[in-house]
Design a protein around this ligand. Structure first.
Ligand SMILES: [Zn+2]
Length: 258
């Protein structure tokens, strides 16, 4: 039975293993050591590496993995990815060898300018690997892209089927939801979610994945166009929000200083 396994790395990163039998594809291996340790102890052989964007905490482990296993490296065409063999752009469809999985590539510029997300069916339903674009309860910082780009990227991800499981690159959920509560103190779905996620962390479990449906109901960065969120952002910024993008940009600024 295929499964998706989190490998914690650094302080709060997740490297994802897409396992099918004794073979696995590795998503965003920022560090090789925990991946090698897991593969060795479980007898799993890697078949491919998938990278969402060029930041070191997502690709830093690739050279050491390639030194041991010669596998294809799928990564964004517009970014520098170590050892990349397959350059991906939005609209591409890829077959990952060994694990019987097909993914659609979605361009999601904003956190970095060439960031991609991968969407497909695996382990019993639709799944999304979105790196540092959409976070559970939040979104990535705009290091290279513009608010327009990030809003369009997040809107594209929000339009995926609500049951889609969201696998992002970091365990940031509780901090994100604290901010979300400041934006939407009356959102009952958000309060219920925060209690659920706190319980998971108390048990030592990841809060990732969530689903697109949960994110649409509770993640303020997918809700910047809604009247209540727009009003809260305007009140915080002390000026009216004329457009959805303006509301999103001011919300991101608010979070940066929260
Ligand atoms: Zn990043």
């Amino acid at each position: 039975m295929p499964e998706i396994i989190p490998i914690p790395a650094f302080a709060d990163n997740y490297i994802w293993l897409l396992r099918n039998g004794d073979v696995a594809a590795i998503v965003d291996p920022g560090d090789a050591a925990p991946v090698i340790a897991y593969l060795e102890s479980s007898g799993i052989t890697p078949c491919a590496i998938l990278a969402t964007h060029h930041h070191g905490d997502h690709v830093g482990g690739i050279p050491a993995l390639l030194a041991r296993w010669q596998v294809p490296v799928f990564g964004p065409a517009r970014e520098k990815i170590p050892g990349r063999t397959q350059a991906l752009s939005g609209g591409d469809s890829i077959e990952v060898p060994g694990i019987d999985a097909t993914f659609e590539v979605i361009d999601v510029p904003g956190h970095t300018s060439g960031h991609i997300a991968l969407f497909g069916e695996f382990a019993g339903g639709p799944v999304l690997f979105c790196g540092d674009t959409l976070f559970t309860g939040g979104c990535g910082r705009l290091f290279e892209g513009t608010p327009d780009q990030m809003w369009a990227s997040l809107s594209a991800l929000a339009a995926l089927p609500p049951e889609t499981r969201v696998y992002c690159g970091h365990e940031y959920t509780l901090a994100n939801l604290r901010f979300a509560r400041a934006v939407e103190p009356d959102n009952a779905d958000l309060r219920a979610r925060e209690a659920r996620e706190q319980a998971k962390r108390a048990r030592g479990e990841p809060t990732v994945p969530s689903t697109i449906g949960v994110e649409r109901a509770t993640n303020p960065f997918l809700r910047a166009h809604l009247p209540d969120v727009r009003l809260a952002v305007a009140a915080h910024a002390g000026q009216d929000m004329a457009t959805d993008v303006e509301s999103f940009a001011a919300l991101r600024e608010w979070k940066n200083k929260f």
